[in-house]
Design a protein around this ligand. Structure first.
Ligand code: FMN
Length: 212
C-alpha cells in the first residue's frame, strides 16, 4: 500500500512503480477515521522548500498505520538538503518511526525558479528510472535505511533557512495576477515576480539520490 501526494506527477510516477495499491493523500484526507493495515506501507511526496508538504505531515500525523515496514520516498529537483534525516527525526517525535527514508531526484517543477526547457535537457542525467529500480529493490528487501546527507547539502539547507529568515518567504500567494488581458484570446495571467534565492539560480547539481 502506497500513499502519494503529487502536484505535477513526479511522485505519482514513482508511486506507480512501488505498489499496485495506491491511494491519493488528498482523497484519503476526506475520510474521518483513517486506519490502514498492510505488510508494507509507503508515502511518496514532493519536497517543498526542503520539507515534506504540510498536507502530507497532517495526513501522517492524523492517520494510523499498521505495517510490518513503513517507508517514505521524497521526490525533489535539485537539492534535498538533508530532508530524509529531518523527516525521520520528525516521524520519531510523533511516534511513527519509519524503516526507510530516501529521496529521488527528478524534473524540478518550481516554475518560478527554473527554466523548464533547461530542466528537460538534464533529465536523462538524473537517471530517474534506475533510481526507482534501486528504491523498489530496497523496499522489496525491507531495507532499513535513512539517507545520509553530505555536508554540502546540509550547508545548502542551512544557508537557505538563514536567507528566508532575512528576506521572508520565497513565495507570496497568489502566485499569479489576473488582468484585463485574460478576456479574449491572449492570456493575461502572469506569474507574480518573486525574489528567488540566488543560489537556486546556479546550475543544478545532479547527485544520485542513492549515493550514501
Ligand atoms: C513550491 C515548490 C518548492 C520546491 N522546493 C524544492 C526544494 O526545496 N528542493 C528541490 O530540490 N526541489 C524543490 N521543488 C521541486 C519539486 O520537489 C520536484 O519537482 C518534485 O519532484 C515535484 O513532485 P510532484 O510532481 O509529485 O509534485 C519545489 C517545487 C515547488 C513547486
Amino acid at each position: 500500500m502506497v500513499f502519494y501526494f503529487t502536484a505535477t506527477g513526479n511522485s505519482l510516477y514513482v508511486a506507480k512503480q512501488l505498489d499496485e495499491e495506491r491511494l491519493s493523500i488528498p482523497q484519503e484526507m476526506n475520510k474521518e477515521n483513517r486506519h490502514y493495515k498492510a505488510e508494507r506501507i509507503g508515502i511518496v511526496c514532493p519536497l517543498f522548500e526542503f520539507e515534506i508538504p504540510s498536507l502530507v505531515k497532517d495526513f501522517i500525523q492524523d492517520s494510523e498505520f499498521e505495517a510490518g515496514y513503513f517507508y517514505l520516498v521524497v521526490t525533489y529537483g535539485m537539492h534535498h538538503g538533508g530532508v530524509a534525516g529531518r523527516t525521520h527525526a520528525w516521524l520519531e517525535s510523533i511516534g511513527k518511526p519509519a524503516d526507510y527514508v530516501n529521496t529521488i531526484i527528478m524534473h524540478d517543477n518550481a516554475l518560478i525558479v527554473f527554466d523548464m526547457d533547461q530542466q528537460r535537457s538534464i533529465e536523462a542525467e538524473k537517471q530517474v528510472d534506475a533510481h526507482i529500480d534501486a528504491i523498489r529493490s530496497d523496499i522489496a528487501a525491507k531495507r532499513v535505511m535513512v539517507q545520509q546527507a553530505p555536508a554540502d547539502e546540509i550547508d545548502f539547507y542551512q544557508k537557505f533557512v538563514a536567507w528566508i529568515k532575512q528576506t521572508g518567504p520565497m513565495y507570496t500567494f497568489p502566485l499569479y495576477k489576473v488582468t484585463d488581458g485574460c478576456v479574449g484570446y491572449r492570456s493575461g495571467i502572469t506569474l507574480a515576480a518573486q525574489t528567488a534565492w540566488p543560489a537556486f539560480r546556479r546550475a543544478p547539481q545532479r547527485r544520485s539520490s542513492l549515493s550514501q
